[in-house]
Structures are given as C-alpha cells and as structure tokens.
Design a protein around this ligand. Structure first.
Ligand SMILES: Cc1cc2nc3c(=O)[nH]c(=O)nc-3n(C[C@H](O)[C@H](O)[C@H](O)COP(=O)(O)OP(=O)(O)OC[C@H]3O[C@@H](n4cnc5c(N)ncnc54)[C@H](O)[C@@H]3O)c2cc1C
Length: 540
C-alpha cells in the first residue's frame, strides 16, 4: 500500500470541526453558507418559486404561558441569567431540523416555540427543575444539539400549561477518562465536536460521527440511539454506553455497574432511545478507542445495487469489517451528492465507500483482506478518489439543504432497517410509495438510497427524496412520509434505524411494538413521570 493512499490522520482530518452556534432555520456556521450547484437548481422544475423564507427575528411568538410562580422559582434555582423568555432564545429552541420543521419556521410559524429556555448547570439542578415543572404541570423538553429530525423537540401541549426547553449546554465537561478500561465519562450537554476535540487531546476517539456531527451532542446521541458514519468500525452510540445517569421528576436513576451483568434485564436499554420521555440524561460513560494513526478510504464499483449489497453482506457476516462501509444505489451514484460539482453527472453502476482506520499495519492488513472479499463479489476498486471525496465532503452535505429550499426544491431524508433477505424488497416498496405519492401531486421526485449501516443479519436503508415544492410543501411532504411509513411497516421493516421516533414516527412505532409492549412502556413512564411532563407526545 502506498503511503500516499494510506493517509496519516493529521491536519486534514474532517472531524476536527470548530464548535459553531446553530442559527435556525439554517444549518451550521453562517459564515460558510453552501453555494447551490447550477445542476441542482434544475431539480426544482420550471414551476418552482424561489423563497428565502421569513426572517426568524420577525416571527411572532405567543406570550409565554408558564405560571409566574414557576418562572420565579426557576430563576431562584438556576439564577436569572439561566432562565430566558427572550424571542431569540425561544426561536432557537423551536422544533428541530427536519425539512418540515425548517419549512414551518421559514413560513413564519413560531407556534411550537417553548415558553422559557433554561440552562441548568448541574445534575441536581436538573432534578430539582423537573420536580418544579411537575408541580406546575409544565412540560419539559430536553435539548442537546437540537438536530432532531422526527419532531422530538415538539411536545404536545394538550395536557400541560406551558413548555420549558432545558438546554444542557452548561453540562459540557469531560468528567474523567479511564485509560485502563478505555472509557470516558461525559456530561450530556457536550457537543460531539467538542467531545472529540477533548478526547483527541488525550490520544483517543469516540468514533461517533453522524452527518449531524456539527450540531448534535452527547445527550441527544444517547436519547435517540444515534448511529455514526463509522458505525461498522466503532458501533452505534447505544452500543458504546457503559453507564448513564437519568434525572427524572421522581429523582435519579443511575444504571450500568459493570461492562456486562446478569443482574436482571439491562435497564440502560430503557433509557437509551427514550427521547426525553422518561427524564433527562445528564451523564454517560462510553467506550473510547485510540485515535487512529492512519486511514484509507476507497471507492468500489459494483454493477448494480444487489451485487453491491451482497458484497457488503459478505463483509458484515464473515469479515473483515472496515471502519466505514456504505453503498449508494444507481440513482445516488449518478447524482453523486458527495461531490456537489458533479451533480447530474452520469456514472453508471453503484459506488461503495470503504474506509479503514487504525495503525498502519492494521489498515494495510484489513484493506487487503477486504479487497479480496470485494473482488470475489464482483467489485472493482476505483481508488482513493471517491472515498476521499466522500470523507472530506460529508459534513458539508447538510449545508446544501438551505439553498435547495431557497430555490423551491423540497429535499428530505428518511431511513429504515431490515434483514438482508428483505433489503431489495423494502427498498423497492419505499421508493415506489414515495414516488407514487409525490407524482400524484404533480411533483415527481428523484429518490436516492444508500445502505448506511450494516450488521450480520441486516442493514439500514437511507433515502433522500428531492422534488419541486408544491404550493404547500408541509402537506406535500406529510403525504409522502405517510406513504413511506405505511410501506415500511407493510414490508416488515422497522420504522427507524437511527433517527428515532419523536412525534413523526409515534403511530408507526406503536404499530411496530404492539399493544402489550406499549402498555409496559406507559407503565414505566407513569412510574418515572407520573404527571406526564417529560416530552409529552414524544415516543408515547
Ligand atoms: C443534517 C442532519 C444529519 C443527520 N445525520 C444523522 C446521522 O448520521 N446519524 C444519526 O443517528 N442521526 C442523524 N441525524 C439526526 C440527529 O442528529 C440525531 O438524532 C442526534 O442524535 C440528535 O442529537 P442532538 O444532540 O441534536 O439531540 P436533540 O435534537 O437535542 O434531541 C433529540 C431528542 O432527544 C431528546 N433529548 C436530547 N437530549 C436529551 C437528554 N440529555 N436526555 C434525554 N433526552 C434528550 C430531545 O428532547 C429530543 O426528543 C441528523 C440530523 C440532521 C439535521
């Protein structure tokens, strides 16, 4: 392996991002907006109406409805500087980053804004503020990075008198590294980028890089069972968690005594993925890895999606397992969103990105063994170019959505997970359902798909849908999303692999788990949150 292909993991490391303040409804660092590639504008169609949306500062919000007594008690508990009813703070905590969330705010709808935004500075303060809010029947929405794409930050107001957003940004410490056990204890409000920066300084990595890496944080990762793009090598976030601390309106629950235990069911699993419905995660202890010294990312071509998927399955089942393993279908390969300058360029076949990280000898050994499997499965190595283009461009991709929306293009993603034996069927069913729903509205879409995470028994499918915006794009996407959810459930797949349930997937999730399991979950909520103030309507 040439030294040029196998790059030392140094200053061109795309994971070394600065921590930026997000500015709803746009993504990321406002000083580096994305240019819309000329070819992408054509996706809007000739009827598209360009619309940059309403200035968030001009969005009218309702008067805060939390009782004065609670407002005063929160100021007493947290200090006046950590309790805000300011317009700007309320806007910045309104909904998440799904396309419909953005469209609503761009359209001037501030209806889901919280009444107050609070920033507690310790676990004890979180416990006490939960008790105060329960006393006053005010809903509490935990907020880490605010990048939810499933309505996880939009609680139901029906049975509460107000909504408080609990922004965990002050819980931002790396508490301790256990180098012998290779674990780190992190406070929940730490942004992912900052956690990685702190760990790299000690020679370690978390290995968790979701596409929302620029915005999301530790508490959100745990609460949603997030999956990073290196999940093949490092695992999903929930698989990394050894120990966690949950603040509930009834007190503290601390779970995870040892790496594995036979002491009853693993209750950490009740909290991971609970999306704020049972309380607020304030701290987690997770596994870490030595920071990789080298990496090698390559592109591999396959004749078609099924051939590529079969090759990925071979690796997932029999090894070796790369650090990054993903496969774009024919449409996504041709559109090549990883390189915006090549939008629309026809490429043919399907492209897989295969990445290895570690010490040089291990990278070489795994790369060669992987190449043998992929060759045998019909793959052709096309060198580091496409792999490096994907690696270096991946955190820029979310910036493209804003100029697309400005230009009147609807762009949204959805995902699912199923067994290998059903992968092609599920992919076909979801693509057909979304295409039919949007075509019926005279907005025929382009539906792209990739395999984003692989396991021995199956894989997740991630769809990107692009079409011209209809007159009411929120209703337009709701129809497409309903069609997709129905197709996912009808084909026996799970409603989500990593985005979570939130409000948007709640009904499909209940269908997926069945009545008895739902009753059991409700009993847990009743025990931990008897007044129903923890993210009401999310998950349950
Ligand atoms: C452009 C883009 C790309 C994305 N790519 C990925 C991806 O590659 N992989 C992936 O897994 N997801 C992805 N997502 C979805 C999202 O980033 C993840 O769900 C992420 O884990 C959310 O983290 P967050 O810190 O932003 O959480 P938030 O949005 O703040 O919260 C998410 C949910 O968890 C609850 N919550 C937050 N903090 C806590 C806490 N401390 N305790 C209890 N509940 C809490 C919230 O109330 C909410 O319901 C993407 C989103 C966007 C917008």
């Amino acid at each position: 392996m040439s030294d040029e292909a196998r790059r030392p993991n140094t200053s061109d490391d795309e994971t070394a991002l600065p921590v930026v303040t997000m500015h709803r409804p746009r993504w990321g660092d406002p000083t580096t907006p994305a240019e819309l590639p000329a070819a992408a504008a054509a996706l809007a169609g000739s009827d598209a109406v360009a619309d940059p949306g309403v200035d968030p500062a001009a969005v009218v919000l309702a008067r805060p409805s939390v009782p004065d007594a609670l407002h005063a008690a929160l100021r007493g508990l947290l200090g006046a500087a950590n309790v805000s009813a300011e317009h700007r703070d309320r806007i910045e905590h309104t909904r998440g980053y799904s396309t419909t969330d953005l469209l609503a705010l761009r359209g001037g709808d501030g209806g889901d804004a919280p009444d107050l935004v609070v920033t507690p500075g310790s676990h004890d303060e979180v416990v006490r503020l939960l008790a105060l809010c329960a006393e006053h029947r005010v809903a509490v929405v935990p907020f880490t990075g605010g990048t939810s794409v499933v309505g996880g930050l939009t609680p139901q107001r029906a049975d509460v008198v107000g909504v408080v957003s609990v922004d965990l940004r002050r819980l931002d410490r790396l508490v301790a590294v256990d180098e012998i056990s290779r674990t780190v204890t992190l406070q929940a409000g730490l942004r992912g980028v900052r956690a990685e920066e702190l760990l790299r300084a000690k020679g370690f990595t978390l290995g968790h890089f979701p596409q929302s890496y620029a915005g999301a944080g530790i508490g959100g990762y745990a609460a949603t069972r997030s999956a990073g793009q290196s999940s093949a090598g490092y695992g999903r976030f929930d698989e990394m968690v050894e120990h966690l601390v949950l603040a509930t309106p009834r007190g503290t629950m601390e779970l995870g005594t040892a790496p594995r235990s036979a002491a009853g069911p693993d209750l950490r699993q009740l909290v991971l993925g609970s999306e704020g419905a049972f309380g607020i995660i304030t701290e987690v202890t997770v596994r870490i890895h030595p920071a990789p010294a080298c990496r090698l990312f390559e592109g591999w071509r396959f004749d078609d999606f099924d051939a590529g998927a079969a090759a990925l399955r071979r690796l997932a089942q029999d090894g070796p397992m790369p650090t990054v393993l993903r496969l774009s279908d024919e449409v996504e390969t041709a559109i090549n969103l990883a390189d915006p300058d090549e939008l629309g360029a026809a490429a043919g076949g399907c492209l897989a990105v295969v990445g290895h990280e570690g010490v040089a000898a291990e990278v070489d050994r795994r790369r060669d063994a992987t190449a043998e499997v992929l060759h045998a499965a019909g793959g052709r190595c096309v060198g580091p170019g496409p792999g490096e283009a994907w690696r270096t461009g991946r955190f820029r991709a979310p910036y493209l959505r804003d100029p697309l929306l400005d230009a009147g293009v609807l762009v949204e993603t959805l995902e699912t997970v199923t067994y290998w034996s059903r992968l092609t069927e599920v992919k076909g069913a979801v693509t057909a359902a979304v295409t039919a729903a949007l075509t019926a509205m005279d907005t025929e879409p382009l539906v792209m798909c990739h395999v984003s995470h692989v396991y021995a028994a199956g894989a997740s499918l991630y769809f990107t849908v692009v079409c011209p915006q209809a007159r009411n794009p929120i209703d337009q996407w709701a129809a497409a999303k309903t069609a997709a959810n129905t197709a996912i459930r009808a084909s026996g797949a799970s409603i989500t692999h990593h985005h979570g349930v939130g409000r948007d997937h709640r009904d499909a999730y209940h269908d997926e788990i069945g009545d008895l399991a739902l009753e059991a979950l409700r009993a847990v909520k009743q025990t931990l949150d008897p007044d129903g103030i923890c993210n009401p309507g999310i998950l349950l």
